[in-house]
Ligand binder design. Structure first.
Ligand code: ARE
Ligand code: CA
Length: 483
């Protein structure tokens, strides 16, 4: 479950949070494929609750009603079409799988029309009955392992994953997705499931669909476990089951770019900071929870609300060799306009999700943030592909908040996060002699750089200039010119 299943040469996934399947299919073809993205993490595709108080929060999708592929993002047919079109565009689909629990309250029908009654633990669309759930207890002590894994997370009916029947129903769901051509899974709430139960479920999975993957290919799995050290359940209990989310990474990168400690310290971020081994970690600057104060979020997490620091932080993550990287692509909630952390995706009056529309610079409109389309972030996806497998070399720091490094001889980045203090220095870049385009301030078009050009001399040295006054200061990157 560790092999990323990307098309070769692609290394980065983007979470298109709450996007509709029809929009994701289009985005694979018009942007993600051409820009070299490996894949998309999609929101849970299975039938879920419709919550009306508060009105249609984003988190209703974390309250499953059945495993029918009928959700706020679209129908089964639309999902299947998306997977095909994205695979054809060389872009993989990774499904957010919510398998620890069902809904927390209410009765009626879900987004796919299946009847459910939370109190009786009956979910006709699967079907599950009260026999398929754990004891009716709440998690209120995270130091009690049995409680964390066998009781209800924020009231959500906790599935008895020790039961063969339940394991089979979940495996049927995941195998259905595999047969449609998905490449893997982000598995929700793994801390709340026994590693042995998860292993038993994964062992029932079929290899990926041979239309797009080699025979016997296993799904790529990244397990969600929030472990910042000091808890009774550690992320390393799950690393044999695929990659595991490394939440210490977002905290530390957030602190560094908020200038709570100096950027020069980031050189060794990773194992040396008690984080997971690089080949076991899934890293990100923010996710759909911690960007809005859920799931271990706090004031250190950087988001699109601080675009200047955020761009630098994402660029740093994509340039640094540690971990497998995921970019967040958000929808807006605006607290100063009275909107809360529960705000769902941009919607029309009839509650259906708005189509993602673009302005003539290719930036998103209508409440879709599309961080992945910000030029500085999109170009760094290419940087990571080009740098893949190359060591971090030619490190420079000025002792404070200016840093630079190369990835072998393939790519070079410099970042200036000083409040006052320009970077203007000759630096070793590791690159071969020649002229290069900075891919953050522009790109190579018809043999010319639309942004800054950088000349590397015969010793591999280049004069690098980044003003701290430019607004936002532009982190500086080079990449081999594309033929
Ligand atoms: C919502 C309401 C609740 C209400 C519940 C049921 O907010 O008040 O009780 O509905 O009616 C998401 C939202 C939740 C939402 C839930 C269900 O974030 O707010 O509840 O959907 O609709 C723990 C888990 C971790 C989990 C985080 C959120 O360990 O797995 O909590 N993250 C995943 C997803 C979430 C999702 C769920 C799980 C549930 O990414 O989006 O919840 O499917 C410390 C601990 C962590 C703990 C963290 C927060 O850091 O170490 O383990 O994370 O605190 O409690
Ligand atoms: Ca559980």
């Amino acid at each position: 479950y560790h092999d990323d299943t990307c098309v070769s040469g692609r290394t980065v996934i983007v979470h298109l949070f709450d996007w509709k399947w029809t929009d994701i299919a289009a985005e694979c073809e018009r942007f993600l494929g051409p820009k070299g993205f490996c894949g998309v993490q999609v929101s849970p595709p299975n039938e879920h609750l419709v919550i009306t108080s508060p009105h249609r929060p984003w988190y209703e999708r974390y309250q499953p009603v059945s495993y029918k592929l009928e959700s706020r993002s679209g129908t089964r047919g639309q999902f299947a079409d998306m997977v095909k079109r994205c695979n054809a565009a060389q872009v993989r689909i990774y499904v957010d799988a919510v398998i620890n629990h069902m809904s927390a309250s209410g009765h009626g029908v879900g987004t796919g029309g299946s009847a459910y009654n939370t109190m009786n633990m009956s979910y006709a669309g699967v079907p599950y009955s009260a026999l398929d759930f754990n004891y009716n207890c709440e998690i209120n002590n995270y130091n009690d392992i049995n409680q964390v894994r066998n009781c209800k997370l924020v009231g959500l009916q906790d599935l008895a994953l020790s039961k063969r029947y339940v394991r089979e129903k979940i495996a049927d769901y995941l195998n259905d997705l595999i047969s449609l051509g998905v490449a893997g899974f982000r598995v929700d709430a793994c801390k709340h499931m026994w590693p042995g139960d998860i292993e038993a479920i994964y062992s029932l999975l079929q290899p990926l669909n041979i239309t797009w993957f080699g025979p016997g290919t296993k799904p790529f799995v990244f397990n969600e476990v929030i472990d910042k050290g000091g808890g009774v359940i550690s992320a390393s209990e799950y690393t044999h089951l695929g990659r595991v989310t490394e939440f210490r990474f977002c905290d530390e990168v957030g602190k560094a770019f908020r200038r709570q400690f100096m950027l020069k310290n980031l050189r060794t971020i990773g194992e040396a900071w008690a984080m997971l081994p690089s080949d076991k970690a899934l890293v990100f600057v923010d996710n759909h929870d911690n960007q809005r104060g859920h799931g271990g979020g706090g004031s250190t997490i950087l988001t699109f609300h601080n675009p200047r620091e955020y761009k630098m932080a994402v660029a740093f993550m994509l340039a640094h060799p540690y971990g497998f990287t995921r970019i967040m692509s958000s929808h807006v909630w605006n607290i100063s306009h009275g909107q809360q952390d529960w705000m769902g995706p941009p919607s029309y009056d009839n509650d259906t999700t708005k189509t993602v529309t673009l302005d003539n610079e290719g930036q998103c409109l209508d409440g879709w943030v599309c961080e992945h389309r910000w030029p500085a972030i999109a170009s760094m996806v290419k940087f990571r592909n080009v740098a893949d497998g190359q060591p971090l070399e030619n490190w420079f720091d000025n002792g404070f908040d200016q840093i630079a490094f190369s990835r072998g001889r393939n790519a070079f980045i410099a970042i200036n996060n000083e409040v006052v203090g320009d970077l203007h220095r000759e630096l070793p870049t590791g690159m071969a002699t020649g002229s290069y385009c900075d891919v953050i301030s522009g790109e190579l078009v018809n043999g010319e750089c639309t942004g800054q050009a950088v000349h590397v001399d015969q010793d591999g040295v280049a004069l690098i200039t980044i003003s701290s006054l430019s607004n936002p200061p532009i982190p500086m990157t080079e990449e081999k010119p594309k033929k």
